[in-house]
Design a protein around this ligand. Sequence first.
Ligand SMILES: Nc1ncnc2c1ncn2[C@@H]1O[C@H](COP(=O)(O)OP(=O)(O)OP(=O)(O)O)[C@@H](O)[C@H]1O
Length: 309
Amino acid sequence: MTTPAIDVRGLVKRYGNRTVVDHVDLAIMPGRICGFLGPNGSGKTTTLRMICGLLTPDGGEGTCLGYNIITERDAVKAQAGYMTQRFGLYEDLTIRQNLEFVGRLYRLKNLREVVDQSLERLGLASRQHQLTGSLSGGWKQRLALAACVLHQPKLLLLDEPTAGVDPKARRAFWDEIHALAAQGITVLVSTHYMDEAERCHEIAYIAYGKLMARGTAEEIIRDSGLSALVAMGPGADRLAPELRDVPGVTAAAAFGTTLHVCGPDRDALWRAVEAFRNRDLIWEEAPPTLEDVFIHLMGQARDNMGEAA
Ligand SMILES: Nc1ncnc2c1ncn2[C@@H]1O[C@H](COP(=O)(O)OP(=O)(O)OP(=O)(O)O)[C@@H](O)[C@H]1O
């Protein structure tokens, strides 16, 4: 049987009396792309940093690429690529100089050749002497990814790599991630974008430090047990604020001119919208979206926190 590329159990990180990562288990098989989702401040970056050996956990154990994440951190760091949330390359160096700089940090042999190949793959060979700061946001992120894979890591940990990048550039970035995974590289990538979550082989959802859901997008939707209704008709999209506070509704949001409402109990959901059905609207059942499920899970995590307090 193949060994997981990441296999951690019970990871804990505390800052003062706050537990920001709370007994997180995560196993990812080689070559898989796992999306890491969750609200701001839920512990994604902290978890990524513990997995790649940059941060010592306060509890838990496990391996990354077969190395112990606590006692063999240098080996993990040498074989993993970590792309930080903020652009980490030098804006006042050229594209080539940045790649060479990273290559030297990893003491790469055949540096010139490796950088040439990377520039070719990126499609930036003709612009290699351009200052990095002059690149668009999308190109900067693709360059950062190229720098991350220069030492041929077996695992990539990417922290919101496409934040603020336009859809076309995000698509190019994701095509590259899939190409890397097809070569056997494992990817754990944090994101807030639902379309990106759907491009992952599997998803881990964390809220307030706790892992709330794990599996493929379909599995997560199915396991949520949520029901959803869609309302169509004049003014449907404007009902969201009124419906959000009705018992039985966990989320209500406008999607274009339609309204999307969901809750954990199908009958309670129909009862919740009853008062809104005498208007000129058509209500239909629909499968919940991944976003519906995440909003629901976030609410659940908050409720659990309230009970624990
Ligand atoms: N060095 C630190 N000292 C104190 N608190 C910290 C430290 N690093 C992170 N935190 C806190 O830990 C929590 C988790 O942060 P983390 O950056 O892991 O979340 P995240 O899920 O990556 O968030 P985002 O989606 O906003 O990037 C946050 O409340 C953050 O303020």
